[in-house]
Design a protein around this ligand. Structure first.
Ligand code: CO8
Length: 263
């Protein structure tokens, strides 16, 4: 029986113009990810995912860190029996990649270990120039456990992922962008405005089309090219069933901006 309590006191949520914000606000500004904290993050993301007014979700940390990894003060007390019986990295973690609404990780400062893994579970990462990414688990007697060896490898390739996992070294925002881990890096004074502009752009797309597009891209992580192309084609055909498909076609012919019905 799982009796974990979500740590909602460490989460701030608000919505603005169709963007759902989830701010990680642990009193330790490094946002150490305990099991209860992850449950609260997952609950907040699911609430926005079911909210019809939300077209884009942002997970953002503090000025100092997105999250500096698993809560090591919690982890130090765990043993093999307790992690496996409590399903330590299943509760909450496995639900975040299932969110249908586009979700952005906004990284300022550290995104290490579980923090880097949480960021990689989002659809893409926007980083401030001071961001630092890494999988340092090897330095504290573990290895990545929430997808780091898999998502980082798919994201930046075997050689660079192996280097990061075996050395535990951190990657700068610039390096992470060059390697393809990060979609965009912005300077300190441009970060908030640029993040908001990107999120608004996505939130103002047709919501069902954005979800189908996200689903199609994510299939590339799960399957062969042939299967992925088949899936993309089926999803593409399904866009023709949407009123927003007709609106998109008509607005193009009529040289005007589409007015999405989200149907
Ligand atoms: N967990 C708990 N407390 C932490 C963590 C953490 N991950 N990181 C830092 N803290 C605490 C420190 O203990 C310190 O507490 P106190 O003031 O009580 O001594 C406080 O935060 C400030 O830390 P520092 O003084 O070290 O701050 P610095 O600015 O000097 O350094 C660093 C910041 C570089 C982030 C440094 O704190 C650090 O290296 N932290 C550990 C990073 C790390 O190893 N992360 C990987 C953890 S393992 C992991 O993530 C496994 C993932 C598996 C899935 C997750 C399941 C939940």
């Amino acid at each position: 029986m799982n009796n974990l309590v979500p740590k909602t006191e460490w989460i701030k949520t608000w919505s603005d113009q169709g963007v759902g914000w989830i701010q990680l606000s642990h009193e330790n500004k490094l946002n150490p990810l305990s099991a209860g904290f992850i449950l609260a993050i997952k609950d907040a993301a699911i609430n926005f995912d079911y909210d019809q007014s939300i077209g884009c979700i942002i997970i953002i940390g503090s000025e100092k860190a997105f999250a500096a990894g698993a809560d090591l003060k919690e982890m130090v007390k765990l043993n093999y029996a307790s992690v496996s019986q409590s399903r330590y990295i299943e509760n909450g973690w496995l639900d975040i990649p299932k969110i249908q609404t586009p979700i952005i990780a906004a990284v300022k400062g550290y995104a290490l270990g579980g923090g880097c893994e949480l960021a990689m579970m989002c659809d893409f990462i926007i980083a401030r120039e001071d961001a630092k990414f890494g999988q340092p688990e090897i330095n504290i007697g573990a290895i990545p456990g929430a997808g780091g060896t898999q998502r980082l490898t798919r994201s930046i390739g075997k050689s660079k992922a192996m280097f990061a996992v075996l050395t535990g070294d951190m990657m700068s925002a610039e390096e992470a962008e060059k390697n393809g881990l990060v979609a965009k890096v912005f300077k300190n004074d441009k970060f908030d405005v640029s993040l908001n502009e990107i999120a608004l752009k996505i939130a103002n797309q047709s919501k069902p089309l954005a979800k189908l597009a996200k689903q199609a891209v994510n299939v590339a992580f799960e399957t062969t090219l042939e299967e992925g192309i088949r899936s993309e084609r089926a999803l593409f055909y399904s866009t023709f069933a949407l009123e927003d498909h007709i609106e998109g076609m008509e607005s193009f012919s009529e040289k005007r901006k589409p007015v999405w019905k989200n149907k």
